[in-house]
Ligand binder design. Sequence first.
Ligand code: URP
Ligand code: ZN
Ligand code: ZN
Length: 464
Amino acid sequence: MSMLIKNGNIVTAEGEFQGDILVEGEKITAMGKKLEAQADETVNADGLFVLPGGVDQHTHFNFTFRSATTRGWHTSNAALAGGTTTVIDFCNQEIGKGLIESIENYKNDKVAPKAMCDYGFHGVVFDPSEKLFSEISKLPEIGVPTMKLFMAYKGAPYHADDDSVLKALFAAKDAGVTIMVHAENADMIDVLQKQCLAKGQVDPIYHAVSRPPTVEDECTSRAIYLAETAGAPIFVVHVTTKGAMEAVRSASNRGVPAYGETCTHYLVLDTENLAKPNFEGAKYVCSPALRSKEHREALWEAVRKGWLKAVSSDHCGFDWAEQKHIGKGDFTSIPNGAPGLQDRLQVLWTEGVAAGRISRQRFVDLWATAPARINGMFPRKGTLAVGSDADIVLFDPNKKGVISNSNSYHQTDYNSYEGMEYVGAPKKVYLRGKLTFEEGKFTGSEGQGQFIPGKPFGLCYTGE
Ligand code: URP
Ligand code: ZN
Ligand code: ZN
């Protein structure tokens, strides 16, 4: 099958032009102005932006917080409904098993039969043994060039101390594996949480009180020093504070390969959401915590200027009525994380591009191109170019509406952005040349997603 997309405004991270794209099978085979090609189907993209399919490098389809686990891959059509064609999901090491075996099990048992978008993985350390450190250099052999350690969450099986982070960094660098960290000082949080609970401060707002910016600032700096000591690059996930962002930027300015992302919710939500009455605040409990407006503005500046490289969703499909309510009467038991996979495109476009904070080129870079580079999937993913997968979003910039859980595909009982007015919506979404979302309807099927192996020595090693 071939398809000619005609007369769209084709946007990449480098520029844009009015033109055509020829798709043959799963690939883009020609791009240009007024292409003369013949195709089985012609799609008129007049008045639309033609964007590369999004790459969301931070999702949790299998994150467990105490007794609660997020919605799984049967909800991955939420990605396509939001123009994201590839996600890179965090895959937990099973206790007592190797990381590679855990990733293969997860892929074969839970992901491949259900995935509706393309996917890759980051390994997540649960059992930091010598065997694990020796496995890190082999991760690229299974197409996984990244691994995450949680410096936060004291007492959780996935908490990693400095010893583990430093050893992981040493083990990773010659193999080109990028170490990612969740940087919050676990001990500081533990002390502050206990102080709050002792005073009877149990509501969701105390999630933010017990995780102040200093907790993240300190840990981000420490993580960067650990990386510098090992001579390895580091990627800090979900940067939320001005101080943490500045730590990444100043390390980079002095030649240390430190990089970071932020997430959609940190750009548009804030601590006021956590203070909502009637336990509504629990919907917004995620870690790091939502910040004040001052930090939000610093994050917008950072994404505009490229000091932070990507905007991810950190999608966690917990629901409110059952799962979030586990923490009623004790904010420390509220499952951490919020849904946002489907909304990343519209929120970032509305508040970023339409609001004049970022250019369309910065948008595409943050949303697709840089995440593909970080995870070794570029140029197969993350851009519109001859030879790339035909992951294409036809985006209508004039469509207006209101975000609502009633048309969200993630299948939880709430949407983090409920009631937010959007400008612009995906009209058609193609996954490797196949139409998979059209005019508000998912048209694909479970299992259509493919594993996309990531190559080692991604952006954090090469700088580009
Ligand atoms: O609150 C969050 N972000 N939950 C998901 C796990 C993580 O820390 O990334
Ligand atoms: Zn995290
Ligand atoms: Zn996360």
